[in-house]
Design a protein around this ligand. Structure first.
Ligand code: KIV
Ligand code: ZN
Length: 520
């Protein structure tokens, strides 16, 4: 590290602000998996959730606090005593726990949302920060809508928070309104005017409504901030938050003009992106900087010619630096177990011997059906394998009648607790028919919240990766994923993975998942 003054802390809020965006809800297990990954990748602070929001949020923050080894774990709290106490309880078990409390400071929020005067809000800041400080030592205070707050009043708020014990001061661009120069100048002004400003670390938190979140975050660093709040793939409220991978690689690639350092292992960025995309079922746009499928693709003749002569002609960073191994023909049906194990290692997977054995069997089955097997095929296969390790129900056979002359129908055979069951069903299309056949054999109340298909690689023989999200009657969400060259088989498997998850969460004897034996 060059000097501590230039060390920038990465505060990841994928599990809080990221999860807040419509449709990005993650399951408990997915949150733990992501938190473990972020910790390993070198994130300094993981904002694990908003503990007062629900029992599930509390449980997730608490479980993450207990397991994370290196990073600080933060829980969000409004400027309300109950929120602060709940956040304190959730992060108590962490090796390094933080309460992140916030209140609005802009005139428009004070008048219309808070219905409080400036003086009242100052009192609230003093009281709530002091309360949090009695619970943990590490307190972050945020001025919501800071960028639309008059600078004089913002300075008084910051001064009050620091005096009450805040150790990090976050000045968010909550509505994504600022420009980089304005944002930089705001930090400069606050740091210059507030007495004892050097007692706190200043933090940026930018939303992307005008597409400026990353540029604004870097502007904030120039103004003296040394913590960046961001999310993997830039997911978050409305247009999202600043994207972690873009910030990290901008700093790494442009050290000449951005003289900072982070503690992130940039070679893990692509996997982080895939993990979050899979958990949320939010696809990453093809041309997304750093982690998009096309981020390192060179299509035009001139570009390809330059790349062949010297990769630096059109590449400012290498794909390997973000963990992309160029798509290559990797293996075929003659590849052995050792080559498969090596390949997994190269792709960053560490799985148990049992999981490896299972994945290898699936790989062989796939290789029999698909001529070219790419890295992405193997990733899909292993992700599916991990998701299905405790199956009570398995898809054995599927025959579908599709086409212009409906009704479409499906004949599906499932293995349910070791017994084979077959049902035929019709539906509005082959997917609907397949899901109806499942419903007949496994009557359940779960509601289909999301059904999504994407091709793992290119070409008509590409595997389809299907995500199915189900919500049970209590609102618990699970996502099942499966890949297969046949889209309908992948759909049936993904649905069954999700159902298996719902039952394993409830215990094996759950009466809500049982076979109808008549049609076996
Ligand atoms: O955007 C925002 O202001 C926030 C705060 C809660 C920090 O997310
Ligand atoms: Zn935010």
């Amino acid at each position: 590290m060059s000097s501590d003054k230039n060390r920038v802390l990465i505060f990841d809020t994928t599990l809080r602000d990221g999860e807040q965006c419509p449709g990005a809800t993650m399951t408990f297990e997915e949150k733990l998996e992501i938190a473990d990954f972020l910790d390993e990748m070198g994130v300094d602070i993981i904002e694990a959730g908003f503990p007062i929001a629900s029992e599930g949020d509390f449980e997730a923050v608490n479980a993450i606090a207990k397991r994370v080894k290196r990073a600080t774990v933060a829980g969000l709290a409004r400027a309300i005593n109950a929120d602060i106490d709940r956040a304190g309880e959730a992060v108590k078990a962490a090796q390094r726990g933080r309460i992140h409390t916030f209140v609005s400071t802009s005139p428009i929020h004070l008048a219309h949302q808070m219905r409080k005067s400036e003086a009242e809000v100052l009192d609230i800041i003093a009281a709530t920060v002091a309360r949090a400080r009695n619970l943990v030592e590490d307190i972050e205070w945020s001025a919501m809508d800071a960028t639309r707050t008059p600078i004089e009043y913002l300075c008084r708020c910051v001064e009050t928070a620091i005096r009450a014990g805040a150790t990090t001061i976050n000045l968010p661009d909550t509505v994504g309104y600022a420009t980089p120069d304005e944002y930089r100048d705001m930090f400069r002004a606050v740091r210059a005017r507030v007495p004892d400003s050097d007692k706190a670390i200043f933090s940026v938190h930018c939303h992307d409504d005008l597409g400026l979140a990353v540029a604004n975050s870097l502007g904030g660093l120039e103004g003296g901030a040394r913590q960046i709040e961001c999310t993997i793939n830039g997911i978050g409220e409305r247009a999202g938050n600043a994207a972690l991978e873009e910030i990290v690689m901008a700093i790494k690639t442009r050290g000449d003009v951005l003289p900072y350092e982070t503690g992130i292992d940039n070679r893990m960025l692509t996997r982080a992106s895939k993990l979050v995309s899979a958990a949320t079922s939010f696809p990453v746009q093809y041309n997304k900087a750093i982690v998009g499928r096309n981020a390192f693709a060179h299509e035009s003749g001139i570009h390809q010619d330059g790349m062949l002569k010297n990769t630096q002609t059109y590449e400012i960073m290498t794909p390997e630096s973000v963990g992309v191994s160029k798509t290559s023909l990797v293996m075929g049906k003659h590849s052995g177990r050792n080559a498969f194990r090596d390949k997994l290692k190269q792709l960053g997977y560490e799985i148990s011997d049992n999981q490896l054995e299972d994945a290898f069997v699936r790989f062989k089955a796939l290789a029999d059906r698909k001529k070219h097997i790419y890295d992405e095929d193997i990733e899909a296969l292993v992700d599916e394998n991990i998701a299905t390790r405790e199956d009570r129900v398995k898809v054995l056979n599927l025959l579908v009648v599709a086409g212009t002359n409906g009704p479409q129908s499906a004949v599906l055979t499932l293995d349910i607790d070791g017994q084979h069951h077959t049902r035929q069903a019709t539906g509005n299309g082959p997917v609907d028919a397949t899901f109806n056949a499942i419903q007949q054999m496994i009557p359940h109340q779960a509601k289909l919240e999301l059904y999504q298909v994407h091709a793992v690689t290119e070409g008509t023989d590409a595997q389809a990766e299907v995500s199915v999200r189900l919500a049970d009657t209590e609102g618990k969400l699970v996502t099942g994923r499966a890949a297969d060259p046949d889209t309908l088989v992948a759909s049936a498997k993904a649905y069954i993975v999700a159902l298996n998850k719902l039952t394993s969460a409830r215990g094996a004897g759950d009466p809500r998942l049982h076979a109808h034996h008549g049609a076996a």
